[in-house]
Design a protein around this ligand. Structure first.
Ligand code: GLN
Ligand code: ZN
Length: 758
C-alpha cells in the first residue's frame, strides 16, 4: 500500500483571502491579529483539502514567498534591513517589497525572479562575503504544532541548502558556495529541532538537481548530504519540474532516506531510478501533474503503476509531481464553466482526490473504486472525441503549412527600401509600444460592457472616443508612428483568448505570481480557430483619423501559449502552430485593410526557454517558426515589428535575429543600454528600438537623458536602423507622466536628427 503525500498546496486561499488580508494590512487598514487570523483560516482550509493523506506538508504556507521564508528561517538578512524599527514580520515585508505597513523606514526591496520554468516569482536570497546565518525556526515549529493539534501528520517542508544557495545571488562576486559550511550548521540544528518536534520525515526540496550543474555544485550536494546523513528525521530529497538527467547518479548516491521524482516530466527516469536506488530507500513518484489543470488518465496511470507498486511495496510513495502552488485551488467553485469542458479538468483539490483514488486502487484493487475510475475514463473519452477539441479543418491547415509560409518574399534590405518608400519616415522614427494609460473611465466602460450594463453600441462608441483622443494626443506630441492605444484590452493574452475558439475562462482560477499578486491564465482546451477579425476594426478606425501611419497591435503565438494553461493532449509546439495560423490571418487582414505597420508582441518568448540548455534549440526552433508563420504572410512593403520586455539576448541573439522582424523594440533604459552588449559581438541585421523611457517608474526622463541613451545605442547600432521608443506599453502609467515623457522623447529624436553645425 503506497504512502500518499503532497508537496505543497496553494496558499492564497480559495477566494484569495490571503491576498486581500495582506493588502489591507499593508495599507494599515487592519491589525496584525486580523491578518494572522486569516492566515490561520487559510492554513486550516489547506489541511482540510489534504485530509486522508499519510503526510501533510507544513511550511508550504507563506505570507509572501517560500524562498524569502527560508532566508528568514536561516537568518540571512541583508545589512540594509537590519537594525530598522519593527519586528521580524516588518523585516520580512521590507525584504519582499521595500516597505512594511505604514513604514517610515523603507529600504530597497530584494530582487525578484522567476521560479524555474513557472510564472511564480521568488525573492532572490542575497549573499556577500559578510553573510551570517542564525536559525529562527519559531514560525515553522508553531505551524507544525498547529497541524498536529488539528489531527494531521505534519511533514515539514524546507528548501534544501544547496538549492537555496543556487537560487541566490552574490552581490560582491564572492563565491556563494563559500557559505555552505555556515549554512549547514544552521540546517543541522534545524533538523534536530524538527526531530524534537516529532517530525519523522522532512521534505527537503532540491529542485536545483534538475538543472545543468557545474562540478562545484555536485561537490556541494555530496558534502551537504554527507553532513546531514546522521540527523534524526528521515530526509525525502525532493526534485521537480524536470528529469534529473546527468544528475541522476549524483542524486542516487546521496545518503538520504528517499527521493521524490517528478514522474510527469521525468516519466522515462522512473525505471532507471528504481534500478539505481539502494533497496532501503523510499521512492516518491509525482504522478499527478501539478502544472496543468487537466484530469489525469487514471486507467493509464494504474496500468503503469500496478507493477511498480508490486515491486516496490512499502517503499512506494505517491504525490503530485510538484507543489500544487501552480494550479488554482478548487474546481468546485467554477459554476459558470461550460460543464462539458469542466468535466475534463482538475484543480488542486481535485488532483488530491485523484491521488487518493490511485492510492486506494493500488491498495484495495481497482474494484474498490470502480465507479470513480469509470467516471474518469468516461470524461477522458469524451475529451478525446469532442468535436470542440478536434477540428479537422485546423488539422488540415496545420498539415498544409509549407516552409515558405514562414518567409518574407525578400531580404531585409529590399523590404526596408519598399517600406520606406511607402511610409516616408524620418530617421530615428518615434513610436510607442502599444498601450496608453488605462484610465478609470476605460476600465469602467469595459466592466459595464462585460456585465451587460451597457450595450455593444455604447461600448463601441466609448472605445472609439478613447481611440480618437489617443490619436489626437499622439499627433500633438509629434510621434511618427501612432497606435490606437489598446483601450479595449484588459490583458494582452486574455483579449485574444476571448476572441479565439478553443479557449475558456474561469472565475476563480487564480494562481500566485508573486506576493499577493495572482494571475488567472486563460485555458486553451481545443483546436484554435479565429472566427472573425479581432483587431481590424479598432486599427482601421484609428488609421481613418490620421495621415500618420498607425501600427496594428497583436500578441504573438508564443506569448499566448506561455501565458495560458494549455492542453496536454498534443505537443506544445503543435498548439503554438495553431495559434500562429490564427494570428497570421489577423496579420493578413490588418494588412489588407491598409495597416502598413504591424507589431506582434512576444513578451514571453524568453521565459519559455527550457531549464536545460540542451533543450533550447528544439524550443527556439518551433517557437521562432511559429512567430515567422504569424508574421511573414504579408508582402514586403508591410513593416513587421516585434516587442520584448527584456533585453538579455546574449545567449539567444541569433535566434532573435532569425525572427526576421523588420523592427524589434526591447527594454534597455534601466540598464543604461549596457544590455546592448549582445550587439557588440553579434551584428543584428534589422532595425531596433532600444527603450529610452523606463515605464516601470513614474519618473519623466529628460530630453538630455534620452539623447545620451540614444547616443550610447548609436555606438552599437547604425543610426539608419535605430528607432526611438519607450521600454514597454504605457497602460499602467498616468497621462500626467506619459505626456511630458513622450514630448521629451520626440524632442530628443529631433535634436539627434538635426545636422551637426559645422
Ligand atoms: N503592446 C503591449 C502594450 O503596450 C505590450 C505589453 C508587453 O509587452 N508586456 O501594453
Ligand atoms: Zn513589454
Amino acid at each position: 500500500m503506497p504512502t500518499l503525500h503532497n508537496l505543497g498546496f496553494p496558499r492564497i486561499g480559495r477566494r484569495r483571502e490571503l491576498k486581500f488580508a495582506l493588502e489591507s494590512w499593508w495599507k494599515g487598514n487592519t491589525d496584525t491579529s486580523t491578518l494572522d487570523a486569516v492566515a490561520a483560516d487559510v492554513r486550516a482550509s489547506m489541511r482540510n483539502a489534504q485530509q486522508g493523506l499519510d503526510h501533510v506538508p507544513v511550511g508550504d504556507f507563506s505570507f509572501y514567498d517560500q524562498v524569502l521564508d527560508t532566508s528568514l528561517l536561516v537568518g540571512n538578512i541583508p545589512p540594509r534591513f537590519r537594525d530598522l524599527p519593527g519586528d521580524t514580520r516588518d523585516t520580512y515585508f521590507r525584504m519582499a517589497r521595500g516597505r512594511t505597513a505604514g513604514d517610515t523606514h523603507p529600504a530597497p526591496a530584494s530582487e525578484m525572479t522567476k521560479w524555474f520554468n513557472t510564472n511564480y516569482h521568488y525573492i532572490v536570497p542575497e549573499f556577500d562575503a559578510d553573510s551570517r546565518f542564525a536559525l529562527n525556526a519559531d514560525t515553522l515549529l508553531a505551524q507544525i504544532d498547529e497541524a498536529r493539534q488539528a489531527g494531521a501528520t505534519p511533514k515539514p517542508v524546507v528548501l534544501g541548502p544547496v538549492s537555496y544557495l543556487w537560487l541566490g545571488k552574490s552581490f560582491d562576486d564572492s563565491d556563494r558556495l563559500a557559505h555552505l559550511p555556515a549554512l549547514l550548521a544552521v540546517y543541522k540544528t534545524l533538523l534536530e529541532r524538527l526531530a524534537d518536534a516529532g517530525a519523522d520525515w522532512v521534505q527537503i526540496d532540491e529542485p536545483a538537481l534538475v538543472m545543468d550543474l557545474e562540478p562545484a555544485w555536485h561537490d556541494a550536494f555530496r558534502s551537504t548530504y554527507a553532513a546531514l546523513a546522521d540527523t534524526a528525521p528521515k530526509l525525502l530529497l525532493t526534485t521537480y519540474f524536470g528529469p534529473l538527467g546527468d544528475n541522476l547518479a549524483l542524486a542516487v548516491d546521496l545518503p538520504v532516506a528517499g527521493i521524490h521524482l517528478d514522474a510527469v516530466t521525468a516519466h522515462d527516469e522512473v525505471q532507471p531510478l528504481i534500478h539505481a536506488l539502494p533497496a532501503d530507500r523510499v521512492i516518491s513518484l509525482g504522478v499527478i501533474d501539478g502544472r496543468n489543470i487537466w484530469k489525469a488518465d487514471l486507467t493509464v496511470l494504474l496500468d503503469w503503476l500496478e507493477p511498480i507498486a508490486a515491486t516496490l511495496g512499502e517503499r512506494l510513495w505517491l504525490a503530485p509531481s510538484c507543489s500544487l502552488l501552480h494550479v488554482p485551488v478548487d474546481l468546485a467553485q467554477e459554476d459558470k464553466l461550460d460543464p462539458e469542458i469542466r468535466d475534463w479538468m482538475a484543480f488542486a483539490v481535485q488532483k488530491l482526490e485523484e491521488l487518493r483514488l490511485v492510492g486506494r486502487a493500488l491498495a484495495e484493487g481497482r474494484d474498490a473504486v470502480a465507479d470513480a475510475l469509470a467516471d474518469n475514463a468516461r470524461a477522458l473519452a469524451a475529451r478525446r472525441s469532442s468535436a470542440r477539441v478536434h477540428k479537422p479543418a485546423v488539422a488540415d491547415r496545420l498539415a498544409a503549412i509549407r516552409p515558405e509560409d514562414g518567409d518574407r518574399d525578400s531580404d531585409y534590405t529590399t523590404r526596408a527600401e519598399l517600406q520606406q518608400k511607402r511610409l516616408q519616415l524620418p530617421s530615428l522614427p518615434t513610436t510607442t509600444i502599444g498601450s496608453f494609460p488605462q484610465t478609470a473611465a476605460i476600465r469602467h466602460a469595459r466592466r459595464d460592457h462585460r456585465a451587460g450594463r451597457i450595450s455593444d453600441e455604447i461600448y463601441r462608441q466609448a472605445m472609439r472616443e478613447e481611440i480618437r483622443s489617443c490619436i489626437r494626443t499622439q499627433e500633438a506630441i509629434g510621434l511618427d508612428v501612432l497606435v490606437h492605444g489598446e483601450p479595449e484590452r484588459n490583458d494582452m493574452v486574455e483579449y485574444f483568448g476571448e476572441l479565439l475558439d478553443g479557449y475558456t475562462f474561469t472565475r476563480f482560477g487564480w494562481v500566485q505570481s508573486y506576493g499577493s499578486r495572482c494571475v488567472k491564465p486563460p485555458i486553451l482546451f481545443g483546436d484554435i480557430e479565429r472566427p472573425k477579425p479581432m483587431t481590424v476594426e479598432w486599427a482601421t478606425y484609428a488609421q481613418s483619423l490620421t495621415d500618420k501611419p498607425v501600427k496594428g497591435m497583436l500578441t504573438g503565438p508564443v506569448t499566448i501559449l506561455n501565458w495560458s494553461f494549455v492542453r496536454d493532449d498534443q505537443p506544445r509546439s503543435d498548439t503554438c502552430q495553431q495559434l500562429a495560423l490564427a494570428m497570421r490571418d489577423e496579420v493578413r487582414d490588418l494588412a489588407a485593410a491598409g495597416i502598413n505597420i504591424i507589431q506582434i508582441d512576444e513578451a514571453a518568448l524568453r521565459e519559455g526557454l527550457p531549464l536545460r540548455h540542451a533543450d533550447w534549440p528544439h524550443y527556439l526552433d518551433w517557437a521562432i517558426r511559429a512567430f515567422r508563420i504569424t508574421a511573414n504572410g504579408v508582402d514586403d512593403a508591410v513593416q513587421i515589428h516585434t516587442h520584448m520586455c527584456y533585453s538579455e539576448f546574449n545567449d539567444i541573439i541569433a535566434d532573435i535575429a532569425n525572427m526576421d522582424a523588420d523592427v524589434i523594440t526591447i527594454e534597455t533604459s534601466r540598464s543604461h543600454m549596457e544590455l546592448l552588449d549582445a550587439f557588440k559581438t553579434f551584428e543584428y541585421p534589422n532595425a531596433i528600438g532600444p527603450g529610452v523611457y523606463d515605464i516601470h517608474s513614474p519618473n519623466v526622463p529628460s530630453q538630455a537623458e534620452i539623447v545620451a541613451l540614444m547616443r550610447k545605442a548609436g555606438e552599437r547600432i547604425p543610426t539608419e536602423r535605430l528607432w526611438v521608443n519607450p521600454d514597454c506599453g504605457l497602460k499602467t502609467r498616468g497621462w500626467a507622466e506619459v505626456k511630458p515623457a513622450l514630448e521629451n522623447m520626440v524632442a530628443a529624436a529631433r535634436t539627434l536628427r538635426a545636422p551637426v553645425p559645422a
